[in-house]
Design a protein around this ligand. Structure first.
Ligand code: NDP
Ligand code: HSE
Length: 405
């Protein structure tokens, strides 16, 4: 019998207990041993909960208990979660986490700590919720040089954007809905400003390069300021607006960024809607492959945590290889990245904008909207676009968007 402790009995933590209990027979069979949740650490008591008798408030009890071999960290944050994870790994207890903030901030250190204590630090749930993506990168695509990863990596923002696009829903109302469904971070700014997707692409980029991609150096824009009219233009152009997290090899460096993009109907990520996430991976031998599923929510995320628990149970006393060194990856600045851009200008500014962006600029108009038009620029660098865009002071409407090929 392997005994487990769950740290944090919130959305994901309560899901972990539920998955282990509901799928007990299958989970035990696949783990090769019986698993039992012995402790649940939380700040509160849960007297009416069926597992309320396992709730404790002192991490020291878990640390001192030699029966506990695996800990699920589903508290979140980089304070106590970091402290408890380090103590657990130093004590030789494996840790499985959904906490991408901690993985992005301290991944290499915690992996090294796990290795030196002959245990494991696993984080399948930290990216893409229930989608298996960490394990494919670590185990399945090991013969590949990964050239690019493009993902919809945040369930909350994809839920918001889809509801705005297909139902004309209001931003604030849908954000509230995403919070009620347990998708959003404690501070939803992390979702809507792109910080959560940034941490996730930092984790994937680190696994892609084998070096540490510092999330603080990744160019990040969120979805705030996207207006219903942007979706009207997108529809007119046969496109969709998605918050993409991108990482690719560019001249020996890693180019990583998070931003809302217009993507056309032929793009594999176009039909990824609602809380669903998808990760599109390009390997140099395999070519393209895509991983799709629920990117947030209690049971999908918990399922990924429990898959890690099973992996740890199968590898007691053995270290599962993960190639993520502390050495910093070299990041490319985005200024020289080239693409097309979409902007909205007041009608009186259209000629000036076209003169600035060049002859290949395409115009898009919306029926019944004479006061403005949309423009799609030719392919140009971020730096050149920014320079011309800056010269349109007072003539632009809303925010500009990037186009993903
Ligand atoms: P919740 O806020 O629902 O759960 C966190 C739980 O941990 C709460 O019950 C909280 O108690 C408890 N907690 C916080 N600090 C401590 C502490 N020091 N000691 C004991 N208990 C503590 O968050 P989620 O379950 O949504 O998220 C957990 C982690 O998983 C986060 O890192 C999140 O980013 C990540 N994640 C979440 C997903 C989701 O869909 N929700 C999906 C993928 C990852 P209290 O409420 O009293 O503060
Ligand atoms: N808040 C996150 C999201 C949870 O919406 O994707 C899953 O990591």
């Amino acid at each position: 019998m392997i005994k487990i402790a769950v740290l944090g009995y919130g959305t994901v933590g309560s899901g972990v207990v539920e998955v282990i209990e509901k799928n007990k027979e299958m989970v035990n069979k696949k783990a090769g041993e019986e698993l039992e949740v012995k402790y649940i650490l939380d700040l509160l008591d849960f007297p009416d909960d069926p597992y309320g008798d396992r709730v404790i408030h002192d991490f020291g009890t878990i640390l001192a208990d030699d029966e506990i071999r695996i800990i699920c960290e589903t508290m979140g944050g980089v304070g106590k979660a970091y402290e408890f994870t380090k103590l657990a790994l130093q004590a030789g207890k494996s840790v499985c986490t959904s906490n991408k903030e901690l993985v992005a901030a301290h991944g290499p250190e915690l992996l090294a700590l796990a290795k030196s204590n002959n245990c494991n630090y696993l984080f399948e749930a930290s990216v893409g919720g229930g989608i298996p993506i960490i394990r494919p990168l670590n185990y399945s695509l090991t013969a590949e040089r990964i050239e690019a990863i493009t993902g919809i990596l945040n369930g909350t923002t994809n839920y918001i954007l889809s509801k705005m696009e297909y139902e004309g829903a209001d931003y604030e109302t849908v954000l509230k809905e995403a919070q009620e469904k347990g998708y959003a971070e404690r501070n939803p700014e992390a979702d809507v400003e792109g910080h959560d997707a940034c941490r996730k692409i930092a984790i994937l980029s680190s696994l892609m390069t084998g070096k540490n991609v510092d999330y603080r150096r990744i160019y990040t824009e969120g979805i705030t300021g996207i207006q219903p009219r942007d979706f009207a233009y997108a529809k007119q152009m046969g496109m969709s607006i998605k918050l993409l997290a991108i990482s690719r090899e560019e001249k020996g460096k890693t180019l990583a960024m998070v931003s809302p993009f217009l993507i056309d109907a032929g793009h594999p990520l176009h039909m990824v809607n609602g809380v669903f996430n998808a990760v599109f991976v390009r390997g140099n031998m395999l070519g393209d492959s895509m991983y799709y599923g629920r990117g947030a929510g209690k049971l999908p995320t918990a399922s990924a945590v429990v898959s890690d628990v099973i992996d740890c149970a199968r590898h007691i006393g053995k270290v599962i290889m993960c190639f993520w060194d502390a050495q910093e990856a070299e990041l490319a600045v985005i200024d020289q990245a080239s693409r097309r851009f979409f902007l909205r200008v007041k009608t009186e500014g259209a000629d000036r904008a076209r003169a600035l962006f060049g002859a290949g600029t395409e115009k898009v108009t919306l029926p019944g909207v004479p006061e403005e038009c949309g423009l799609i620029t030719p392919v140009m660098t971020e730096a050149d676009f920014a320079e011309s865009y800056g010269k349109l002071d007072g003539l632009c409407v809303g925010r500009r968007l990037r186009l993903e090929a």
